[in-house]
Write a protein that binds this ligand. Sequence first.
Ligand code: PGA
Length: 248
Amino acid sequence: MRRKLAAGNWKMNGGSAELTEIAGLIAAQPSPDCDVLICPPFTLIDRMSQAAEGAALNVGAQDCHANAKGAHTGDISVAMLADAGATSVIVGHSERRADHGESDADVKAKTEAVLAGGLTAIVCVGETLAQREAGETLAVIRAQLAGSVPADAPAELVVAYEPVWAIGTGLTPTLEQIAEVHDDMRAALVAALGAETANGIRLLYGGSVKPSNAAEIFAVSNVDGALVGGASLKAADFAGIVEAASAA
Ligand code: PGA
């Protein structure tokens, strides 16, 4: 039985005010029956980790460099993130793929760095609207998984399916469409990594998850949690999603 994961991705949003609201989230859900993670901007990781000490809240990062150290101005290593208190790193988010031209090979190298650093990698995949309309969704997701997930990935890996057209738009796939992709991702991971490892990997859905649709999404086959953008910035909304994950 895979424990559900409610993960928040603040993207380039949030500051001290949102950080203060986290105390409200912790108070609302002192011991949820799921794992809870927030990935704030780099600048807040250290302070959020301190605020979350002893609470059922883990803190993660939204990206990292593939190298351990060196002359990479403006970049950040996995060891630095761990030192600040991060336990997970999102890699290959579609906004990184689009804004920074990250390829599957880049995402795999970052995933390897995260795993080597002892942190949890959350590998993101997802099709564009044009790819879905062309009937290419499953092929696109399979190619991204094959290119981004290392051959020796452990069961602690997390994969997030985020249709690009559902991110920040209020649009979501039907529950059948989510099930189709998640079942196919599980099958692809079983073929690549073996059943024992693949069946431990948590598959998150992401894209316009909110308190009102979280419960039905968590009930879908092979959905083990959510990666939440906009709704994770409002403590009350994120608490609603955590509650749905706990009840699932
Ligand atoms: P959204 O973003 O919840 O605002 O759609 C999801 C994500 O990009 O992780």
